[in-house]
Design a protein around this ligand. Structure first.
Ligand code: NDP
Length: 327
């Protein structure tokens, strides 16, 4: 049973200059939804997210482990619970990173993108996804071919919108131009953005604003670093503590932790968790449509979604945060 009040508190905003609205917080299935994870925990998180108004779920062909298993898990949740709400969901997937051996299993050829999406649809038991992304720019395949594949996929009804991820500002402009010419405008860009990784501030946000492309930022919590998770060491059940996590313990340096402690102090003064402040901080950018979070349990998910109740940042708070980040 899904909650009757699921649309009571989430905010939805327009994605760039499109007709599609996205929730301010979306849930990604990169970690904690694989074949190695507890299915019941995955299911509980997905259902709780939907009850909280999180209508957007983000996947990719390779999410797991093993690769592909996050899509299979999500397919199972759709079959068991959420399938009848398909029209209330925005489901995305991507292709770009290594998925199968040989020359056609990664990057940006038409051959790979089309085959990969067909596999993703099978794993999820879907006829179409809402957004299909080129997961990363391919330095060797002509951009016209990669964008042509996205256009073809949309025209064939296998995706409703096209997106790109991790493209630099100049690549984004060229991709947007090609897609516009083909008649399938670029809906959205998915870059990393958090207090420790601010590359989007150096041109990309401006480009997206000018092109009318929406922006969903991934890893707003720096994979958990920008939370209280590592303040007392590396817990064995954390991303850095698990053998297959993408966050390596070596990334949790004393220098980073010193900043996290100071940021945590600012968050406490604002009467919120550091996770909430980190999410509110990325959402303060007017060009950012949605913060794409991850979670390993339902409490984290609830805590993070409560970031929407954050007080707005005072000039002084922003300066203080800036001081910590630059210090
Ligand atoms: P986050 O930065 O939100 O990190 C999520 C992790 O932070 C969780 O797994 C958990 O760690 C910890 N956490 C989450 N909420 C809280 C909380 N409230 N309090 C304490 N700890 C918390 O995002 P992800 O790195 O998971 O990325 C999110 C999504 O972005 C992915 O699922 C994927 O959809 C997308 N993505 C896209 C990429 C691309 O190339 N386009 C690349 C990477 C991600 P723990 O597990 O240790 O409990």
């Amino acid at each position: 049973m899904v909650s009757e009040s699921r649309y009571g508190s989430m905010e939805y905003v327009r994605c760039g200059r499109s007709g599609l609205k996205l929730p301010r917080i979306s849930l990604g299935l990169w970690h904690n939804f694989g074949g190695v994870d507890s299915y019941e925990n995955c299911r509980t998180m997905a259902l709780e997210a939907f009850d909280l108004g999180v209508t957007h779920f983000d996947l990719a062909n390779n999410y797991g482990p093993p690769p592909g298993s996050a899509e299979s898990t999500f397919g199972r949740i759709l079959k068991q619970d959420l399938g009848s709400y398909r029209d209330e969901l925005v489901i995305s997937t991507k292709a770009g990173y290594l998925m199968w051996p040989g020359p056609y299993g990664e990057w940006g050829s038409r051959k790979y993108l089309i085959a990969s999406l067909d596999q993703s649809l099978k794993r999820m038991g879907l006829e179409y996804v809402d957004i299909f992304y080129s997961h990363r720019p391919d330095p060797e395949t002509p951009l016209e071919e990669t964008m042509g594949a996205l256009d073809q996929i949309v025209r064939n009804g296998k995706a409703i919108y096209a997106g790109i991820s991790s493209y630099k500002p100049d690549e984004t402009r060229r991709a947007a131009h090609i897609l516009r010419t083909l008649g399938t405008p670029c809906l959205i860009h998915q870059p990393i953005y958090n207090m420790f990784n601010r590359w989007v501030e150096e041109g990309l946000l401006q480009t997206l604003q000018e092109e009318g492309i929406g922006c969903i930022v991934f890893s707003p919590l720096a994979q958990g670093l920008l939370t209280d998770r590592y303040l007392q060491g590396i817990p064995p059940d954390s991303r850095a503590g698990k053998p297959h996590g993408f966050l390596r313990p070596s990334a949790i340096t004393e220098e980073k932790l010193a900043k996290v402690r100071r940021l945590n102090g600012i968050a406490l003064r604002r009467a919120q968790s550091l996770a909430q402040m980190a999410i509110a901080w990325v959402l303060r950018q007017p060009t950012v449509t949605s913060a794409l979070i991850g979670a390993s349990n339902v409490h984290q998910l609830q805590d993070s979604v409560n970031a929407l109740k954050s007080p707005s940042f005072s000039k002084r708070e922003l300066e203080e945060i800036e001081g910590v980040l630059r210090g």
